[in-house]
Design a protein around this ligand. Structure first.
Ligand code: AQP
Length: 331
């Protein structure tokens, strides 16, 4: 008898140009899982409204994101690829989850604290930023996902989703599957090249961010100027040598070789030689990716993929939301 596959769900928000962090920490992971799991991968466009974003930019980012998903090898025959806003049940269940959460737990979310602290007083913090994790919980719980692959920065939100699911199940009887976060062994946190203490992020536009679809020469220069240290030893030591360790992690994630093996090969050859080797690996991979993205954008396949994906996603989402409404006494 054929064993039913476990379900996996994840998404990326089109808040800006995709980075090497998104690629290594999320997209590359998705590809490795697509045969083993029943996968739902979405474009989290509602989440991208939590901070102000230009509508034209949002449209372009959305098109880039679906093109990158496809160019990287996510196969719409195997994976349900869809846009969050095409399935209105996300917003509906998001509201229910907001009503089942409390301000204390939302205030403790690290991402909320980081992002809101940059905005100043409460008057300038959008409410959407605050309730982001309850919408994320809805994204996951609608589909009874067993696993959620995420970078370390998002793990706390999946932990909160678990708490909300358990709370709802005990208050209203068994309704949601309690999901498990999965983080990659290598590459779960790619750091900024300019400030290796900080995560590489799409919304932190800086010279330390490698944007997947940017000019290759600009990206090469950024890698060659990556901040390192002065002792000229190549070894993996994230505490004392965050810059070199970050470059080792990047190279390891893209070549499937261990950081130790790479460090042994380049130690003694100088940082310049090592950076050039990292740049060659990254640029080679990005060049192939960019060519495929251009082909996909011209192919006209994007709309059809998203429409089919939304239809499949909606089927599960509608069933789950009806169940929730029944349990809470709304229908
Ligand atoms: N630097 C990173 N290293 C490893 N994984 C990363 N991810 C993001 N940055 C890194 C992972 O990418 C997935 C999608 O993330 P998201 O767009 O939904 O939200 P995010 O984590 O907030 O990503 P960004 O790029 O930092 O976006 P902004 O700047 O808009 O907040 C997640 O699995 C994430 O862990």
């Amino acid at each position: 008898m054929e064993e039913t596959k476990k379900r996996m769900l994840s998404g990326i928000k089109p808040t800006g140009k995709l980075t090497l962090g998104n690629y290594i920490g999320a997209i590359k992971q998705f590809i490795t899982y697509q045969d083993e799991y029943e996968m739902y991968i979405f474009i989290a466009d509602l989440h991208s409204l939590t901070l102000p974003i230009d509508p034209k930019e949002l449209r372009e980012n959305t098109k880039d994101l679906i093109s990158v998903y496809l160019a990287c090898g996510l196969d719409p025959e195997k994976v349900v690829l869809f846009k969050q806003s095409d399935v209105s049940e996300h917003a509906e269940l998001g509201y229910v989850m907001t009503c089942n959460s409390n301000m204390g737990e939302l205030s403790r979310m690290t991402q909320y604290k980081d992002k809101s602290s940059k905005l100043g007083s409460n008057e300038s913090i959008p409410t959407g930023l605050y309730i982001y994790p309850t919408l994320m919980a809805a994204d996951i719980l609608l589909y009874d996902a067993d696993y959620v692959p995420v970078g370390v920065d998002q793990k706390q939100h999946v932990e909160l989703t678990r708490d909300l699911a358990i709370r709802f199940n005990s208050r209203y009887s068994d309704t949601f599957k309690v999901p498990t976060p999965i983080t990659a062994k290598t590459g779960a946190k790619i750091a900024s090249l300019a400030n290796p203490e900080k995560k590489m992020s799409k919304s932190e536009s800086d010279k330390g961010t490698i944007y997947l679809l940017d000019d290759l020469n600009i990206n090469r220069k950024k890698i060659m100027s990556a901040v390192t240290d002065s002792d000229n030893t190549i070894c993996y030591d994230p505490i004392n040598k965050p810059g070199i360790s970050n470059l080792l992690t990047i190279m390891s994630s893209l070549t499937n070789r261990s950081v130790e093996e790479i460090a042994n090969e380049y130690n003694g050859q100088g940082y310049g030689t090592f950076k050039k080797a990292v740049a060659d690996v990254v640029i080679n991979e990005l060049e192939i990716l960019q060519n495929k993205v251009n082909e996909i954008k011209k192919s006209g396949m994007i709309e059809k993929v998203l429409e089919d994906g939304a239809n499949k996603a909606r089927y599960l989402a509608r069933k789950k939301l009806s169940k929730v409404y029944r349990k809470i006494g709304i229908n």
